[in-house]
Ligand binder design. Structure first.
Ligand SMILES: [Mn+2]
Length: 387
């Protein structure tokens, strides 16, 4: 293909050098399914080449902290310095943290697909098809799609058919989980990766299928079930259960994790329903205005995305749902088609600590003292948008 993802080859070359020289490699990723699958396939590609992966850490969304790559991760990783750090599905908006990582000897490669704010972090290599000067024609890759292309650049013809099949299954799942456009590269991933799920060789997926798949399920239905179970972002000892499940090579252990994941999902669904109903009832009896902006100390941060999606779907309005913390609040944003959530937040960016994401799905962190101002700024913005 004529067009190439900017810096993808450069990143692959740098990683190859690290593998050859036995440098320590550190992996960091977002904890949703796109992030987890991005990390798993890159990890397996690097290991298959004999690379030395020293530590793995996922963003802990349940804590009151910055979106994506964060201070906690730096504290966790700094004992391994000097090392090569790769951030997946995040990093592109973490200016301060990436700068700090580089400063303490963690040479950083960012592999992200989120929107670029006014500048890019001072990482050693940045791979994000949305950055300036990237002429890769297809801009709708999930992070796992980029990671897949990276594994291809790393492995070339060393990618065995079995490895390819296994990578493409995860790439298809991550792409669907992030609700990326099902065209171009993504269409290929989905067409190739979804039909073979039922015969997957990955013990973790097999265990999950045993628990949830019905014999009459179509491949797409199977994929949806897997995604709804693995898109949980709770993290324990820096690792989410979805990761543990996907990399598990032990059938029995995998079955145990699969059962736990199912139970967790049930609890999570109940909680999502509770919060969603609470908000729905409020706006069934009162006009919500041009934007829905709701938060509570009692809501779990990990559920804000799911709740915002449901509320946005029902009321067809830009929806900001947040967990109110002691000093700062953090939340998720969903907007109806055609409304750019990142643009709206950029307008009010002076009131925010961090924000970023996709046009229709994003997140923010705000000091509590700025909550009201932020809300007013949004109302102002969306009121004017209507005119
Ligand atoms: Mn993603």
């Amino acid at each position: 293909m004529a067009s190439e993802i900017k810096n993808l080859k450069k990143a692959a070359q740098r990683i190859k050098k690290a593998i050859e020289k036995k440098e320590k490699i550190l992996l960091f990723s977002d904890s949703d399914l796109d992030g987890v699958t991005s990390l798993v396939i890159l990890e397996e590609a690097i290991r298959s080449l004999g690379g030395r992966i020293q530590a793995i850490c996922f963003s802990e969304r349940s804590l009151e902290e910055m979106h994506g790559f964060n201070k906690e991760a730096i504290d966790f990783f700094k004992k391994y310095s000097p090392a090569l750090l790769i951030t997946l599905d995040c990093g592109i908006t973490n200016f301060k943290e990436i700068g700090l990582a580089e400063k303490i000897g963690l040479e950083t490669i960012i592999v992200d697909h989120h929107q670029i704010l006014d500048k890019i972090p001072k990482a050693s290599i940045v791979v994000d098809p949305k950055q300036k000067g990237d002429n890769y024609l297809f801009k709708e890759l999930a992070a796992v799609g980029i990671s897949y292309h990276l594994t291809q650049a790393l492995l070339g013809n060393k990618k065995t058919p079995a490895l390819k099949k296994s990578f493409i299954e995860l790439t298809a799942l991550g792409t669907l989980a992030d609700m990326m456009k099902e065209s171009e590269d993504n269409e290929v991933f989905i067409k190739e990766g979804i039909p073979s799920l039922r015969e997957t060789s990955r013990p973790g997926l097999r265990a999950l299928l045993k628990v949830v798949a019905e014999s009459e399920d179509s491949p797409k239905e199977i994929a949806r079930k897997i995604i709804s179970l693995l898109n949980i972002t709770e993290v324990k000892n820096h690792l989410p259960k979805s990761y543990l499940l996907l990399v598990s090579s032990d059938e029995l252990k995998a079955e145990k994790i699969a059962r736990e994941v199912c139970e967790k999902t049930q609890e999570r669904r109940l909680k999502i329903r509770e919060v969603t109903q609470e908000i729905e009832e409020k706006f069934d009896s009162q006009d919500s205005g041009s934007v829905i902006f709701e938060g509570s100390e009692d809501w779990l941060l990990v559920l804000t995305g799911a709740v915002a999606s449901r509320i946005c779907n029902k009321f067809k309005k830009p929806t900001f749902i947040f967990k109110k913390g002691k000093q700062i609040s953090k939340g998720s944003v969903r907007t109806p088609k055609g409304i750019d959530s990142v643009k709206a937040m950029r307008r009010c960016g002076h009131l925010l600590e961090v924000f970023g994401g996709h046009t229709q799905a994003s997140g923010f962190t705000v000091k509590n003292e700025n909550l009201d101002k932020f809300k007013r700024c949004l109302i102002d913005y969306f009121d004017n948008l209507k005119l």
